[in-house]
Design a protein around this ligand. Sequence first.
Ligand SMILES: Nc1ncnc2c1ncn2[C@@H]1O[C@H](COP(=O)(O)OP(=O)(O)OP(=O)(O)O)[C@@H](O)[C@H]1O
Ligand SMILES: [Mg+2]
Length: 483
Amino acid sequence: MDIDLIAAIVLKLDAEGEVLAANRAALTFFGDGLVGSKLFDRFVPFEHRRDAHTSLKRVLSGRISERELVELTVTDARNHTQSLLWRIHVRRDDGGEALSAVYTTMDLPDVLDRAHARSLKELADVKHALDASTIVAITDVEGTIVQVNDKFCEISKFSREDLLGQNHRIINSGHHSGEFFKEMWKTIAHGEIWRGDIKNRAKDGTYYWVATTIVPYLDESGKPKQYVALRHEITERKEAEAALVEANRRIREEQQKLIQTEKLSSIGLLASGVAHEVNNPLSGVLACVKALRERKIVAERQDEYFRTALDGLERIQQTVRGLLDFARQRPPSAESVEIAEVLASALRLLAPALRNKDLHIESAISPLDLTAYADRSHILQALVNVLLNAIYASPESAPIYIHGDVSGGRTRIVIRDTGPGIPQEILARVCDPFFSTKPEGEGTGLGLSVTLGLMKSNDGDLDIKSEVGAGAQVALLLPAERK
Ligand SMILES: Nc1ncnc2c1ncn2[C@@H]1O[C@H](COP(=O)(O)OP(=O)(O)OP(=O)(O)O)[C@@H](O)[C@H]1O
Ligand SMILES: [Mg+2]
């Protein structure tokens, strides 16, 4: 007989009273730490210890018959002391030497009854808590529902009769692919626990999400004999997540619009200058073409006139291209961009504005010097925005310094002007949308906010330093290479 099934306490002690083995009833009664301990020192109250040792010695030496019952007072796991009657059976080797003493209580101590009742109650409590919080279903290996709790019925709005004998298809929402459930079945059929979020459909057609854990119960051969599915409703969380995704999408859309608005306002700013840029060569081209048409030009000089006209047209084409390039809306795509080349495009667009104030660019960035891994049109727009601010701030005939470097995987493009600088108290606000110190109608106040957004969307940043009277220094920070 399995000693664990014996309701009485069974202990095996050595001659010193050390516990060599104990059955389950003993463990329940004495608690952890029983096996390996000295029973008398640990579980017998001090005043009874001597008696305990003596009775063991007397039994071992054969002075007490094994049929006699021995009284032993012990302390249980809850520190209650009680006196119990024990039968002691001595195991001996062939020579009659005592090997061990097996102590068995004569009757089930009432504390064990209490322990049993307590564990039943605990079980009932756990079940109650589980029923209150968790949607529980048990299916057989085929997936036929054999048991559901009230919570399952409540949330699915199906009655128990509706559900028993059915399989989970009854609440399938059609949201998940066949692949999804196939994967799930594969996992649990292998005897492994499956976890996932499932969207279900209630009887009234409404949907609910449940975080699901399916635990396979295995038979002796290790094959699943039934599946227990534990679920918690997470509809609210799922809805919040979906709302968040939607909100993010909208923010991105708004940002895109803002970028476009700002671009359009910069285009307005650029356009007047660009008109010059087109007009100047255009008059030259016109003059050349007219002269050629009126055949006033001697044959030897005709070539020269054609070349001048062509040069002019090419300049116009470049200017118009630059403006189109700036205005075009494309999906962002990162690539390795040569900074000197983008800078040249930006400066072409800004040439009239620079000329207007007789400003000169002092750039320390030469071709092939510096590259960044980002969207080219974003860099172009950022450069135009920052340079427009520098141009606006610069006094007549001043230099604007541009340099760049790479450090710690970041490419830095620094634009420095010699204007009035940005007062400390507004430095933190210059990147706020619509913040502008320009007179009404002159600026949208979006330049830096959009520039910062462009940098961030390229995994970069904007760094602005300034001291009043010492000009402003704005650095565009971008990844130097693909990650
Ligand atoms: N280089 C600079 N020197 C001094 N102040 C600057 C400089 N760059 C930006 N600022 C300050 O930051 C503010 C915000 O700049 P931002 O580019 O965002 O808008 P804006 O230039 O005023 O308007 P917009 O760019 O739409 O024409 C400016 O109004 C100005 O006060
Ligand atoms: Mg600006």
